[in-house]
Design a protein around this ligand. Structure first.
Ligand SMILES: [Zn+2]
Length: 320
């Protein structure tokens, strides 16, 4: 009897090829022309979900098994030669990014079940680190001069067990930074939006790892949506491995959340008032004093908390 194809699986790479060819022709063309300057393809989750018969299953698969989906999409691009670079080389390192997820997970509701799943969280950016290179493909050399390549994932640096060349028994290898491949990386910390909190609750935070062209594009105070894969890493206390794992989000895409601001309607009267206030030399003081007005003094703390809320002008421009 002939083997039946797995109905759940189907030809998933083929499905992605069809989706990209019908919905993302323009974007793929742009990537072909502008690679490597442009090197990310953003796919709207709603385009996936609404993509005919396999759409719902493809969208579910992204949420449940994002690692596989990212590979499938990459296979679709590679096999279908959907990106043709000017020099004819295969476009290594194109980032597949998904945006516009319908459901957001509250930071406080993240659970162990979410590990390795694709989730979307919204919050205010509290902290960013400087952008630093992170090794993604480490090249090592043995004393005999053979090269061994080791792909690197998030977290711990992995070294090869020994030289990969047949017959070579050297175990001690030297890292060759100049031959290795690096991408930009940055760590972010987002805090849940204050609107979602009940009185007295402390806002919770989540750490985010961003890489490549997403590094350095957002600033503290920004209200953002981060989509990505939830990862866990074993906590180490004083050199001892703990049974507790820390979580972080491996960022796949960043969206600026502007909805709340768009909802504010400014009529002519309000506009006049805003313009008048903007010229008021006491504006800075008024803002500071409007923070927690029931608490006396603590000007420095109030000023510090006013800044992320009313950003836009540097301190030395203000007449204090
Ligand atoms: Zn060797």
């Amino acid at each position: 009897m002939e083997k039946q194809p797995d109905l759940h699986e189907g030809d998933r790479t083929g499905d992605w090829t069809r989706l990209l060819k019908t919905k993302y022709k323009k974007e793929l063309g742009e990537l072909s022309r502008e690679y490597p300057h442009k090197r990310s393809l953003s796919i709207d989750y709603r385009d996936v979900e609404r993509f005919g018969k396999p759409g719902i299953a493809m969208a579910d698969e992204l949420l449940e098994n994002p690692g596989k989906v990212l590979e499938d999409v990459w296979d679709a691009i590679k096999n279908g030669q959907l990106i043709r670079t000017k020099d004819g080389k295969e476009p290594h390192g194109v980032n597949i990014r998904f945006t516009n997820l319908p459901r957001k997970t509250l930071i406080r509701n993240i659970r162990s079940d979410d590990i390795n799943r694709y989730i979307s969280v919204e919050g205010i950016l509290r902290k960013t680190t400087e952008v630093r290179p992170r090794v993604v493909e480490a090249v090592f050399r043995c004393p005999a001069g053979h090269f061994t390549v080791k792909q690197q994932k998030y977290g711990k640096f992995v070294e090869p067990d020994g030289c990969a060349t047949d017959g070579c028994t050297f175990k001690k290898l030297e890292l060759m930074p100049k031959r290795s491949k690096f991408v930009d990386s940055q760590k972010l910390r987002i805090q849940e939006s204050p609107e979602g909190l009940r009185g007295g609750e402390q806002p919770q935070t989540l750490d985010i790892d961003v890489t490549d062209d997403l590094s350095g594009i957002v600033s503290p105070g920004d209200r953002i949506i981060i989509n990505g894969i939830l990862r866990s890493m074993q906590r180490v206390v004083k050199g001892e491995k703990s049974t507790v794992f820390d979580i972080f989000l491996e960022c796949n895409s960043i969206e600026v959340a502007e909805k709340e601001f768009e909802e504010v309607e400014i009529d002519e009267k309000a506009e006049d008032e805003i313009n008048r206030l903007s010229k008021d030399p006491m504006m800075y003081r008024m803002i500071t004093h409007s923070i927690a007005p029931t608490i006396y003094g603590r000007e420095d703390v109030k000023q510090a908390s006013a800044h992320p809320h009313y950003g836009g002008v540097t301190m030395d421009m203000l007449d204090m």
